[in-house]
Ligand binder design. Structure first.
Ligand SMILES: *Cc1c(COP(=O)(O)O)cnc(C)c1O
Length: 389
């Protein structure tokens, strides 16, 4: 039986079967991991599907078809990391091109924009993309790309993807959405009008903290051909084993995301009631300023990340970080295990203080990646740690 992605399939079915078919030579239900760099060719005249493993290999092809299927896009491309995916999208620009980027974004994204691409003449304006007015004002004749994260990292700000795409379309600007936090289980940017749905597959798609990877899904054949060309030209590609691990992770994405969302909502509600907590950032809370927009463009939940601030000096907050028994203090997010981090000194250390203050990223902010353990154990862990303040 041949399995192409069927448009009528629901999410979990698509995640498991989308773009997949048994290995034609053995019937293996999972794609092979061929540890080979090159493929023997029958002749020079017929171009084979596989010739050299930077260009494509069977495991990556299976993953790329699956990435397209879960994002509801025509094409998928897999990369060596989220940063490789992001950089490859940016490599499609020319010197002199202008990019409007969200202000609350992953620290590494800010760093590569500012410290790497700027050097090659690409110009950036960082704005609060939750404000359509600020976005419209930032558009220049040379603007070629709008880069957004929603929910954003680490403040969980919600940008209206449809509204951004409308502004972009009027000026013939491409829109890229970093969909790492939401995952296609909750939000499909291409269906809302975006040109690129970008992922760090290291996070929820891989889901088990055992691989680093990236991905892009897209619909436009010209953008796809250009990105595929760049992917091969710069060699920002994942090997067979990494591709296999990401693909295996995606198969349980639906089941995992349901649990991440349910646990995160419980954690967010618990923190909102806690007397020592001064602020909770979670788009699933009705009090969150982006709740209505999130409810409109996401479905099935609001994700597994919750950030919060304590009613305490920064020093006391830093002490709390080491009081947890289930949550581990670590970079990254989106794995089955709960993690916590201090963005200002960890994931977002490369963002200058002035910009951090503008976007509201305080020295006291704690970011939780709520895992899929039993919610009761997570709440007890928080209870114990906060008792130390
Ligand atoms: C982690 C992360 C990235 C970078 O991905 P890597 O796989 O670490 O290169 C990009 N965007 C977001 C939102 C992330 O959380």
């Amino acid at each position: 039986m041949k399995r192409a992605a069927k448009e009528t399939w629901r999410f979990a079915t698509t995640a498991i079967h989308g773009g997949q078919q048994p290995d034609p030579s053995t019937g293996a239900i999972m794609p092979p991991v061929y540890l080979t760099s090159t493929y023997v060719q029958k002749s020079v005249s017929r171009h084979p599907l596989y010739d050299y493993a930077r260009t494509i290999h069977p495991t990556r092809l299976a993953l790329e078809k699956n990435l397209a299927a879960i994002e509801g896009g025509r094409y998928g491309l897999a990369f060596a990391s989220g940063m490789a995916a992001i950089s490859s999208v940016l490599l499609g620009l020319q010197s002199g091109d202008h990019v409007i980027s969200g202000r609350d974004i992953y620290g590494g994204t800010y760093r590569v924009f500012q410290n790497v691409f700027q050097k090659f003449g690409v110009r950036f304006t960082f704005v609060d993309t939750t404000q359509a007015q600020a976005l419209r004002k930032a558009v220049k004749p040379s603007t070629r790309l709008i880069w957004i994260e929603t929910p954003s990292n680490p403040l969980l700000q919600i940008t209206d993807i449809r509204a951004v795409c409308e502004v972009a379309r009027r000026h013939k600007i491409c829109v890229a959405v970093d969909n790492t936090f939401a995952t296609p289980f909750l939000q499909r940017p291409l269906g809302l009008g975006a040109d690129f749905a970008v992922h760090s597959t290291t996070k929820y798609l891989g889901g088990h903290s055992d691989v680093v990877g990236g991905g892009v899904a897209l619909n436009d054949v010209r953008l796809y051909e250009r990105l595929k060309y760049l992917q091969n030209a710069v060699g920002a590609i994942p090997g067979p084993l990494d591709s296999f691990l990401v693909l295996r992770g995606i198969k349980t994405l639906g089941a995992r995301m349901r649990q991440h969302c349910a646990n995160a909502l419980e954690v967010a509600e618990y923190l909102s009631r806690h007397p020592k907590v001064s602020r909770v950032y979670y788009p699933g809370l009705p009090a969150h300023p982006g709740h209505a927009i999130a409810s409109g463009q996401m479905s099935g939940g609001f994700g597994g990340i919750v950030s919060f601030e304590l009613n305490a000096p920064v020093k006391a907050t830093l002490k709390v970080l080491s009081q947890f028994k289930v949550f581990s203090l670590a970079e990254s997010l989106g794995g089955v295990e709960s993690l916590l981090c201090h963005p200002v000194s960890m994931t977002h250390a490369s963002i200058p203080k002035s910009l951090r203050i503008k976007s509201g990223l305080t020295d006291g902010l704690i970011r939780l990646s709520v895992g899929i353990e039993d919610a009761e154990d997570l709440l007890e862990d928080l209870e114990g740690a906060l008792a130390a303040v």
